[in-house]
Design a protein around this ligand. Sequence first.
Ligand SMILES: *Cc1c(COP(=O)(O)O)cnc(C)c1O
Length: 411
Amino acid sequence: MLTLDRHPSGRHFLQIPGPSPVPDRILRAMSLPTIDHRGPEFGEIGLELLGKIQRIFKTEHPVIIYPASGTGAWEAALANTMSPGDAVLMFETGHFASLWRQMARRLGLEPEFIELDEAQRWRYGVQADRIEARLREDREHRLKAVCVVHNETSTGVTSDIAAVRRAIDAAGHPALLMVDTISGLASADYRHDEWGVDVTVSGSQKGLMLPPGISFNALSPKAMERSKRATLPRSFWAWDEILAANATGYWPYTPNTNLLYGLNESLDMLLDEGLDNVFARHERWGEGVRRAVHAWGLAIQCQEPALYSPVLTGVVMPEEIDADQVRRTIYERFDLSLGTGLGRAKGRMFRIGHLGDCNDLTLIATLGGCEAGLKLCGVELFGSGMQAALEFFADNPAPGTPANPNASRDR
Ligand SMILES: *Cc1c(COP(=O)(O)O)cnc(C)c1O
């Protein structure tokens, strides 16, 4: 429960990279009465939703919706397509890639991890040439899938998914391409069909601006075909039963009714705005936040500007500073939540989320809280990041905002 002493007045600033702040419009949609999930009304909503969600993944093939967190959709992707002992190739982009590998092991698969050297680890994206080289070696086609994370939420580094597809094709290898875009979808450009992805995994509580609780598998015909021969046990996650029920807008078991109302609203908001505008909005916010970090004189976790995440920024602390102490101070003093460093980044960095229901001034306030908290914790800053971001936002208005009124006064 939110207690009054922690959140005395105003809005709590939830600037973690998921769950993201949920717009009031979505909360209102979710507050409608729960209806019969086998009744006639529900089937209509179901069909509408299943159609609209395809446009977000940019696919003409089915998208499965699970009443589960993103981790469940990872399991579904593997359980539906793999058989016990299958080898899968993964790339260590960060904490979430590592968790996916751990899951593959627990499911009885044999994950093989491509890792970067110590200086590069967790700071770069997937290197498609290394995937291609490994696949070329695999002449007996033991590797059944290549699994990569599109937007590594633990680091703020994205990966070029189209390049991974090209690598698989160049090697002439039949492995499936599976992509986790749990935190990338509906914030960063994503194209399931065009990029030749076989299974895309995503979730509700990041770019889709919903509370946690639903997740997705977008499929390809090849993945559906493969699932017929795959023998890992699966029941709750089984695509075939869900696809059969989805044909008329229903689910084989009770779906997450009120979250689906929220999803319907979210999809309307995103599609009305236009996905290109949504992506541009996040790019612009990301740029503003990075200007702030540079103005402070601090380092960004991502080392390759072309791969900067539009969803979050990982801010690296000077050696002697405990990032979690900084986070705690900011939370206690300013009611602002930032993402913690995960796994091997624990205590080394904090993460600023720039997704969900926010705007320029939410981010300015967020950066103001960070700036004050950093100073309170004894971090020496070159200059004001908040000021740098404010200037960037002021000088680069969001598309569609009215021009500077001073300009019209000159007429
Ligand atoms: C959030 C996230 C997950 C985990 O999703 P849950 O909903 O917490 O199960 C996995 N991968 C990435 C890239 C994420 O951002």
